[in-house]
Design a binder for this molecule. Structure first.
Ligand code: SF4
Length: 431
């Protein structure tokens, strides 16, 4: 969501006549679009703002936007007096006016509304990627997991109208985009705040599939409680919808899940995964895990370990718990020693690395459909992704960028599959 917000802000500024530059020394305007989800992300920005404050000459307008702006609001001015503006996640449309106001008045400006009004000009987004695009469908979250700042930094759920979303997807397809990722803190809640629209998440997916020429649709991210049988059937039935579902478990112990306010038990989570795998046998699952949540015992950590062993996610984002200011969990003692957290983290990372390796082995000598996105960093090989979000590297020329190709997998390196476009009679089976 932050990447998309950055693209929208950049689009607004370019429309206003500003030109992007690639080094901060020559910039007249510096904006830090921030994330508060983890402590490290905040500390990086604070460090950079401090450095700019100590620079001999203040050469540009400096603003902080995003979740850190929401979490810290105007207290940022006390710590960084050289800061010109603090603009919250719900005020992106105000960026142009704020920059003007600072130019004319030279005053510090702070604007952080609690609620998002769906009034953004999404079509203005300045996208660098010409093959795949992020499309916002819902902002905010009403779930209030006890460790998470998002409900406080992004506000409550506000869905975007289905007509506006379908229109953006149509325009993206017309300008050559092949893939969209529908974004929201919890996309599965889509439409629940607007029963008058009669369009829940699976209805929206069906409309995009039916009414646009987008070849691939993904979504990010989901709360397990809102992953419905209708959504599972949509993953099975809609040709454009990729067979990859991000299904954040967070912890394998029902007691810890309750303390996290995840509103499902271990058993309910397992049942839902089983149902999804029954309906969509070739689905790949991603997950998020937090280790070292306050009071997590060794036995409860072992439940998470066993859950990952059994469920075999294709990708897992695993973190050691860090308390976030303003959340209910911040009031609890962060009682798991750092070395224990790190040991648990490492065990899960090792387990996931082993599972990932075994899963990638299954792709050898199969043929997968790959959307070719761009050249790899070395500029020689092409890079793309399968429908189930596996990264693939292959040989080829620029004419293939933006096309869907069958790719025969011959090996893998770390998490990347390596392959080649086969002669038509080489095709084995499409995964
Ligand atoms: S559902 Fe996700 S975004 Fe919402 S509070 Fe929980 S972790 Fe945060």
């Amino acid at each position: 969501m932050n990447e998309l917000d950055t693209e929208i802000m950049a689009g607004q500024l370019v429309k206003k006549g500003l030109t992007p530059v690639h080094d901060e020394e020559s910039a007249d305007l510096l904006i830090f679009n921030t994330c508060s989800i983890r402590d490290l992300a905040e500390r990086k920005v604070m460090g950079k703002l401090g450095l700019l404050g100590r620079a001999a000459k203040k050469h540009s307008i400096i603003g902080v936007t995003g979740c850190m702006a929401m979490a810290k609001k105007d207290t940022l001015f006390r710590k960084f007096p050289h800061l010109d503006f603090v603009l919250g996640t719900n005020n992106i449309t105000d960026l142009e006016a704020i920059v003007d106001e600072i130019l004319y008045t030279n005053r510090q400006i702070h604007k952080t509304d609690d609620r998002f009004e769906e009034n953004l000009d999404y079509l203005i987004a300045k996208r660098d990627n010409q093959v795949k695009a992020h499309v916002s469908i819902i902002r905010g979250c009403d779930k209030y997991c006890t460790y998470c700042v998002v409900p406080y930094t992004r506000g409550e759920e506000v869905s975007r109208s289905p007509d506006s979303i379908v229109d953006e997807c149509k325009r993206l397809a017309d300008t050559g985009y092949k893939e969209v990722t529908l974004l929201g803190q919890n996309v599965n809640s889509y439409g629940k705040d607007r029963p008058d629209w009669g369009c829940l998440f699976h209805d929206l997916l069906a409309r995009i599939d039916r009414e646009t020429d987008i070849k691939r649709v993904r979504f990010m991210t989901s709360h397990p409680i809102d992953i419905t049988p209708e959504l599972m059937q949509a993953v099975r039935d809609l040709p454009s919808l990729c067979e990859f579902v991000h299904f954040p478990l967070q912890a394998g112990s029902s007691r810890i899940l309750k303390k996290m306010h995840r509103i499902y038990t271990r058993e309910q989570y397992f049942e839902k995964v089983a149902m999804l795998r029954q309906i969509v046998p070739n689905v790949s699952l991603g997950t998020d895990i937090i280790v070292g949540f306050p009071t997590e015992t060794d036995e409860e950590f072992e439940e998470t370990y066993a859950a990952m062993q059994e469920l075999r996610f294709s990708i897992a984002f695993i973190y050691a718990y860090s308390a976030r200011k303003g959340t209910p969990a911040k009031r609890w003692k962060d009682d798991i020693p750092e070395e224990v957290k790190q040991e648990r983290l490492q065990r899960l990372l090792d387990l996931q690395a082993q599972i990932g390796k075994e899963e990638r082995q299954k792709f050898l000598d199969t043929t997968v459909e790959v959307l070719i996105e761009r050249f790899n960093k070395d500029g020689k090989m092409l890079k793309g992704r399968t429908r189930c979000w596996k990264k693939v590297i292959l040989e080829g020329d620029a004419s293939l960028i933006g096309t869907l190709q069958p790719v025969q997998v011959h090996s893998f390196h770390h998490e990347t599959l390596l392959g080649k476009i086969p002669q038509s009679n080489d095709l084995l089976k499409i995964v």
